[in-house]
Design a protein around this ligand. Sequence first.
Ligand code: PLP
Length: 392
Amino acid sequence: MHRIYLDNNATTPILPAVFEAMRPYFCEEFGNASSIHSHGQQTRAAVENARDSVAALLGCRASEVVFTSGGTEADNLAIAGLVHAGDHVITSSVEHHAVLLACKHLEDAGVELTVLPVDGRCLVDPDDVRRALRLNTKLISVMMANNETGVLQPVEEIGKVAAQAGVSFHTDAVQAAGKVAIGVNRIGCHALSISGHKIHAPQGVGALYVRKGTKIRPLFYGGRHERSRRAGTENVPGIVGLGKAAQLAKAALDCGADQKEEPKMAALRDRLQQEILAQFEDAAVNGDGAPRVPNTTNIRFDHIDGEAMVIALDLNGLAVSTGAACSSGAIEPSHVLLAMGLRPDQARASIRFSLGKQTTEEDIDSALALVPQTVARLRELSPLYKRQAVSS
Ligand code: PLP
């Protein structure tokens, strides 16, 4: 069976060029990047080269890039590393759990927390951020792109609010990197997280941008790796992979209009979305009307069970998701969709389609053939839908 993968917000395949860049660092170039002999010098050079590439993608200095084990660690390092007991933190209700739960954990340790609402389009209002400021506010953490809806937050405006108040600003850019241009100075952030496996590098590697002069407390204690901001021997193959993926992502974002991938991806996404909406009067796009990354659409098909839909589509070769990958198997509806005002049954009836570099027109054709028949079949089995059909 030809399998179609429309779950790139969960993870992306490693690109062949990324894999080739990493390959020597498993067996031949195995040195510890902290060793002073030539084995170590070779891997140190590879790590620093990757740091340059990540810095170029983010528009920062190489010395401001801290390699981590992924997006979760980068988020935790930014949050735990920038606040102390007695400080106040502002975040949003649609953050990834790596941010939300890190903040909630700090609340138990004496940090005050404000979790801002979003509107029906998944957007945080920068005026709400301003109004939430207190004398002891230390950090604002609002994501750049939402992993479930793809909605892009007004991070530049929030950065201005933070700058006016003299407060640190962290943004989780895990789902924005490689999909839209990132400039840390334009955003005005002090810290920004990215993750390798969302940009065609391996799982288990990521980076945190930390603005020069921003004091950050490490999560781990040990060696003086990463300028004492992240102890632990570097994951050299992973870092090399992240560097290569960052270089390819930057080249793709910077290339001429005729070669750009994002408009093509957005056109495929829009076709998928429009043709689905055209077939179901009661389907709707979660996050419609807000700016979004080009690869994501989150569609609500009322009166279906999202988990059942994901399983049924998978049996027919189409991989999609009900929301955050880490919530698969959990019964709770998505906290993001609930925060946008959806009822629990509507949140449970929502499916995320996330396209990737490898997605083709034929993949969309196949998805468009599978989705309507699956929705129809599930609705036939749904007592809820039947009841509604009879009463209307
Ligand atoms: N932040 C966002 C917005 C994400 O989508 C994810 C992963 O899904 C993470 C953080 C966590 O990244 P990682 O899987 O690299 O730990």
